[in-house]
Design a protein around this ligand. Structure first.
Ligand code: ASP
Length: 612
């Protein structure tokens, strides 16, 4: 081996132009094949793989080492780059025209344990259990797919940083040990040893600190910020996740939206080489709810919700007319060619589509099959209560054709919306309305704007902020008279916006309240007493009364963005060391028990009783 360095080339970078060169490489044995006297080793490092050929003529010792190699052994190899014979050229890999004739092989580290799964680029990874992958994440990361995902994540962050820095943003770190920030989830708490009986909360987002940075005159801030939310986990949720967090002063809502749109465009250009068309479409929250039943509609396909309450308000079909008379609505979606594609079994009780509706809170799922322009098939009570003119009007209104299936939701508007949204997504997926190819290439961005400031929390019998209680209301909704704010705020919209991509929320933000009186009124509306407001947010209110500039911002879910850019289905595949769905790190075995002494030092005791 040549001394003074470990390697002078990487496995993936060599091409035919290097033929004749002596090179020294390091890497892992991806696989070893014995071919009638000659041994081939695919040597892999981060940059790719290359074939190493070990010829018995090079000596017994060398051949002996090659014969003994197990997969994933770490090697250093010295050898000569040479052309492969024509029949051995492998067009599938970039180094496929050449091979290295090994002259020396040194084992840098042997594999002494059984590998729980194969790392080789040649093996299909789809069947490796995620449990195993997470337990041995260091091996999983060695796999090409995960290695590429982390590289892509890095490039995404780099693209964002470079855009923001060109726009004059500076990165500032905010505390991880802080107090509760209300983003609507449960906090992770950290007991304080020094201040006995008191707890820090890990930030659900840097929201208040970034606002205070604006009061601090920073004007343009960003941070790749770790956020912590103790929530029940779903496929795209993690207890700790990363936001690309941004805040700026002296910008109108529209300016903030446009700037962030440019940021997204530059990320997509860098990562995908795509010029996204701008401006991205925009839709108010109300329109999104009316047309799609959700504030994050997937606009890659139609199947929109159609309001049919007026048509059925006097209907003899009591389920419909009662829903309307008690303040709810009747809406429907039309599934093109649904008569062929979807059987009654699936939409009647017990069927999979019916059960989707049920999971969203619906009591039933009425349906109509359009036969021709005025003939429909129905079952149950709806059948006897439809007049011909209602049918005609329905067909017209839903723009449906013979062969289409119309599914109805009736009841309180929020449940109807939730039901039809869920059914719409389920059916679209089931019928593959978006082809597999489109799934990977279609980028439907949408800004959803004009969110209401509050929604009613019936469990707690109070209004709560839809985003967080620092969003500024639309000035025209509250007017200028301070004395009317309290009355007007509950029905006001916020200067808030979410960025939705293919039905997933990838970012959200707002202009913030920069007037201390207005902030106090909002805190009062969500049910905080004067004392509570002072205790929890006194520092913010003080800051707002000492020359806070108008400001606003946004936070993007970095893990989700990388998931979409890498065509993964789970954010776990975009995070180096994610938690399992039980919110654990199965590799490091965290969380874990701690010694009683540690608890004593922290002035706390566990009340946990092991069920076993
Ligand atoms: N802090 C907000 C969130 O985490 C984002 C923002 O309003 O900028 O959703």
């Amino acid at each position: 081996m040549m001394n003074g360095f470990m390697r002078n080339k990487t496995c993936g970078e060599l091409r035919a132009s290097a033929i004749g060169a002596n090179v020294q490489l390091c890497g892992w044995v991806d696989r070893r094949r014995d071919h009638g006297g000659v041994i081939f080793i695919d040597l892999r490092d981060r940059s790719g793989t290359i074939q190493i050929t070990v010829d018995p003529e090079q000596g017994k010792d060398l051949f002996g080492i090659a014969e003994s190699l197990r997969n994933e052994t770490v090697l250093q190899i010295h050898g000569l780059v040479r052309a492969r014979p024509d029949e051995a050229i492998n067009k599938k890999i970039p180094t496929g025209e050449i091979e290295i004739l090994a002259e020396q092989i040194k084992i840098l580290n042997a594999v002494t344990n059984t590998l729980p799964f194969s790392v080789s680029i040649h093996d299909d990874d789809e069947n490796i259990k995620e449990e195993l992958r997470l337990k041995h994440r260091y091996l999983d990361l060695r796999r090409e797919k995960m290695n590429n995902n982390l590289k892509l994540r890095h490039k995404t962050v780099r693209a964002a940083r470079s855009f923001l820095e060109n726009e004059g943003f500076i990165e500032v770190e905010t505390p991880v040990l802080t107090r509760s920030t209300p983003e609507g989830a449960r906090d992770y708490l950290v007991p304080s040893r020094v201040c006995g009986g008191e707890f820090f909360a890990l930030p659900q987002s840097p929201q208040l600190f970034k606002q205070l940075l604006m009061v601090g005159g920073i004007e343009r801030y960003y941070q790749v910020a770790r956020c912590f939310r103790d929530e029940d986990l779903r496929a795209d949720r993690q207890p700790e996740f990363t936001q690309l967090d941004i805040e700026m002063s002296f910008m109108e809502e529209n300016e903030i939206i446009e700037l962030n749109e440019k940021l997204i465009v530059s990320i997509w250009k860098t990562i995908k080489g795509i010029d996204l068309p701008t401006p991205f479409p925009r839709m108010t929250w109300q329109e999104a709810m009316d047309r799609f039943g959700t504030d994050r509609p997937d606009t890659r396909y139609d199947m929109e919700l159609v309001e049919t309450s007026d048509l059925f308000s006097k209907s003899g079909f009591k389920v419909f007319s009662n829903a309307i008379s008690s303040g709810g609505c009747v809406k429907c979606i039309t599934i093109e060619d649904g008569n062929n594609l979807i059987s009654n079994v699936r939409i009647k009780p017990g069927g999979d589509i019916f059960s989707e509706a049920q999971k969203a809170g619906a009591g039933g799922l009425a349906f109509i099959r359009v036969r021709d322009h005025e003939e429909v098939d129905t079952i149950g009570a709806i059948k006897d209560n439809l007049t011909t003119s209602q049918i005609k009007e329905l067909i017209l209104k839903t723009n449906s054709k013979p062969g289409d299936l119309i599914l109805f939701g009736a009841g309180p508007t929020n449940i109807v919306n939730r039901t039809l949204d869920r059914v719409r997504q389920f059916v679209a997926k089931d019928l593959k309305i978006i082809s597999d190819n489109e799934l990977k290439t279609q980028w439907n961005f949408l800004w959803v704007t004009d969110f209401p400031m509050f929604e009613f929390n019936s469990d707690e019998n109070r209004l709560e902020a839809i985003h967080h209680p620092f969003c500024a209301p639309k000035p025209e909704d509250i007017g200028e008279s301070e004395s009317l704010w309290k009355d007007k705020l509950p029905n006001s919209n916020a200067q808030a916006y979410d960025l939705v991509l293919n039905g997933l929320e990838i970012g959200g933000g707002s202009l913030r309240i920069h007037n201390s009186e207005l902030q106090k009124t909002v805190l009062e509306i969500i049910g905080l007493s004067k004392n509570e407001a002072e205790e929890q947010f006194g520092f913010l209110i003080d800051a707002l009364s000492m020359g806070a500039p108008p400001h606003g911002g946004i936070a993007f879910g970095l893990d989700r963005i990388v998931m979409l850019l890498s065509n993964e289905d789970s954010i776990r595949d975009t995070i180096a060391f994610p938690k399992t769905q039980q919110a654990r790190c199965s590799m490091a075995k965290a969380p874990a028990n701690v010694a009683n002494k540690q608890l004593e030092d922290l002035h706390i005791a566990s009340t946990w009783i092991d069920p076993d």
